[in-house]
Write a protein that binds this ligand. Sequence first.
Ligand code: MG
Length: 261
Amino acid sequence: MKPKNFLISASLLICFLGIFIPASGSFNPKQQKSLDQWAIHDLERPLPPVVIPGPPLPPVPPPSDAVILFDGKNLFNWVDAKGQPARWKVENDYLEVVPKTRNIQTKHGFGSCQLHIEWMTPSPARGEGQDRGNSGVFLMGLYEVQVLDSYENKTYADGMAGAIYGQYPPLVNACRKPGEWQSYDIIFYAPKFDAEGKLLEPARMTVIHNGVLIHHNAELTGPTAHKARPPYKAHAAKLPLMLQDHSHPVRFRNIWLRELE
Ligand code: MG
């Protein structure tokens, strides 16, 4: 192999390993340092730069080993937060939050996983800040990747679209316009606890928004919360995936995951 070709191959390999093998025990030092520096929902915390992603794509077909959670047809795999039948609207190939009908969650629990989910915020946009296209993807029902219309809509950095809510803003703002389909690909490693409930390993997340890396192996401080960073509390190895009813008619489609354990 020519030296130039070798260099190109080596750098491609490094990029690949860096992005797709997050559970190596390392974390993103830049992102981690920034957490210690800022209070929760700190309005002084700088907003990440805007990156214009590529154009919206048709639904990304799931691979053969995926668990299909929503294929556009029904809410068979979901219940509401009280275990009652989920009442969100299913239309065409998507489901839509029906305000005040409660969060919905999967009937089955999951731990570490690779999750693909597509979402769209309402168009025309209404409201400002957190009151605009707000929902959320909660891994294990506890660890939220924020869904929000962050297209030309300012809010606190750790609560914008793609934020690990209250902890880490996305590395960049890769939001599409309201009314356009967007995607999250989330590589989530569940926290581990010993038999006494002591934390052995924190949860970690790598997130790709519309094909753009927005978290690289971020180490979570505990469950995500509003105006709080609560510590870890031991929980089951598998818990339902939850989507948030924040009273805005946000849409979701093509939801699938691959279990990583
Ligand atoms: Mg939310």
